[in-house]
Design a protein around this ligand. Structure first.
Ligand code: ARG
Length: 476
């Protein structure tokens, strides 16, 4: 068997690069620190080791290395995992990235056996595999965080059954709704986020390892073996595409950013609703902070930061798309820049979810203040209009009629319920007072009884469904 005679040699300027054979000059130190990624990709270590273990076992199963060599490699990798976990592992820019760190530590332990691990593999398909594993894991954690948040909203909806609040469009009083209905609306948004996450997970869970640098390999590998070992559902079919495909990173960044946008919208609403001016909500004090100069302040900083942090996540989607747009086929080193953006989006959303769920769980409506405002803004106008329509009046006529009645009420500074029968009769021929049953915020809510509407019976049905969806283990 041909042997190289420089297998363990280190250059005078530090460790020999794994790719150094053809080079006559050492890497410039400035290039080392410019091009290193280990400072941020070391968080891939666990997945890199999992991938390498699966790869080594496959190489043995295919008789490319011996079973003894594979065992030594697996044991060596597990030792390295232990060292990294215990903080006993040294990272250096000279060794570029996490992949080279782990491989070189293995070679230090095992000599030439360690030098066999990279058989039929390139860092291009290796990093693509590691990143898919990392993202898959992150998606599962984030899905759990979104589920917790949904459960908090459902819990709040259940505690507030029966409370009517003003509903807004254009941030103007529109129609009354149940607080529970409003709270469940967040469950819907986060359910869609979870669906998108699951969908994205499917496309992420495809194995690139075995694609080599770009062209595959001439060695008789078994990619199905690795697929099963790592829990992938498919094997990527085109080596050129697989080694450089980062669609899953962009998709995930987008899915996370949309969840962050939902959180930001919610945060904005609750910042408003907890102001002295609205006074609807009492936020838990443990989730507010004070002012260093104004002793009376209790500020909604957590909600503001949730709103604020979503900005960077939106930026990350843009960074990733721009990163990819100019790349020709197959791996280009630009791709190393994908990690900080996606890691940041994952970390940020997780951090947001970590505070959002308990904040929701600790928040209360100020019933007295909410109920005291229900008479304002003619929230029952649409209910009256629909009652007229139900009696046969054309919609446009009913709209105009109620418009006149509202104007009359505004002129006298009263609510629609306070108009006299005479005033109603002037606008509606045949007024006999029965339509008063459409007036008042509570009655208006009760009448909104079609599927998806805010009537108490409908909302109770939805709460029961959510209870099933979020707490039955099959679905949760
Ligand atoms: N650190 C690199 C990255 O994250 C690993 C792949 C490097 N491949 C190469 N041929 N230089 O993309």
């Amino acid at each position: 068997m041909p042997q190289s005679n420089d297998s363990q040699q280190a250059s005078a300027n530090g460790p020999q690069k794994v790719w150094g054979g053809v080079f006559r000059e050492p890497t410039d130190k400035r290039v080392e620190s410019f091009s290193e990624s280990v400072s941020f990709d070391k968080r891939l270590a666990d997945h890199d080791i999992d991938g390498s273990i699966a790869h080594a076992r496959m190489l043995a199963a295919c008789e490319i290395i011996t079973a003894e060599e594979a065992t030594a490699i697996v044991d060596g990798l597990e030792e390295i995992r232990g060292e990294i976990t215990a903080g006993r592992f040294e990272f250096t820019a000279a060794k570029e990235d996490i992949h080279l760190h782990i491989e070189s530590a293995l070679t230090t332990k095992l000599g030439d056996i360690g030098r066999k691990l990279h058989t039929a593999r390139s860092r291009n398909d290796q990093v693509a595999t590691d990143l898919r594993l990392y993202c898959r894991h992150a998606m599962d954690r984030i899905d759990g965080g979104l589920l917790e948040l949904q459960r908090s909203f459902l819990g709040f909806a259940m505690r507030e059954q029966g409370l009517v609040i003003p509903g807004y469009t254009h941030l103007r009083r529109a129609q009354p709704v149940l607080a529970s209905h409003q709270l469940l609306s967040w469950c819907e948004k986060f359910a869609r986020d979870r669906e998108r996450l699951a969908d994205c997970r499917g496309r992420t869970n495809v194995l690139p390892l075995g694609s080599g640098a770009l062209a595959g390999t001439s060695l008789p590998i078994d990619r199905e073996h690795v697929k099963h070992a790592l829990g992938f559902t498919a094997v990527a079919a085109n080596s050129l595409d697989a080694a450089s495909d980062r669609d899953f990173v962009c998709e995930l960044a987008f899915v996370l950013s949309l969840a962050a946008v939902h959180l930001s919208q919610w945060a904005e609403e609750w910042i408003l609703w907890s102001t002295e001016e609205f006074g609807f909500l009492q936020l838990p004090e443990g989730f507010c902070t004070g002012s260093s100069i104004m002793p009376q302040k209790i500020n909604p900083d957590v909600l503001e930061l949730i709103r604020g942090k979503s900005a960077r996540m939106i930026g990350n989607v843009q960074s990733l798309l721009v990163l990819l747009k100019g790349l020709p086929t197959a791996y280009n080193r630009d791709l190393q820049e994908d990690k900080e953006s996606i890691f940041d989006s994952i970390d940020t959303l997780q951090a947001m979810l970590g505070v959002a769920a308990p904040l929701v769980a600790g928040t209360k409506f100020d019933h007295a203040r909410v109920v005291a405002t229900l008479g304002r803004g003619h929230l029952d106008a649409t209910s009256l209009m629909e009652a007229l329509i139900a009696q046969g009046m054309p919609q446009r006529t009913a709209h105009e009629t109620v418009g006149h009645l509202v104007r009359q009420a505004m002129t006298r500074n009263v609510s629609l319920t306070e108009l006299t029968d005479q005033e109603f009769s002037r606008e509606c021929a045949g007024w006999d007072g029965t339509l008063r049953s459409a007036l008042g915020a509570f009655r208006a809510v009760e009448r909104m009884d079609s599927f998806g509407s805010t009537a108490p019976a409908r909302v109770a049905d939805q709460m029961a469904l959510w209870q099933q969806r979020l707490f039955s283990s099959a679905d949760a």
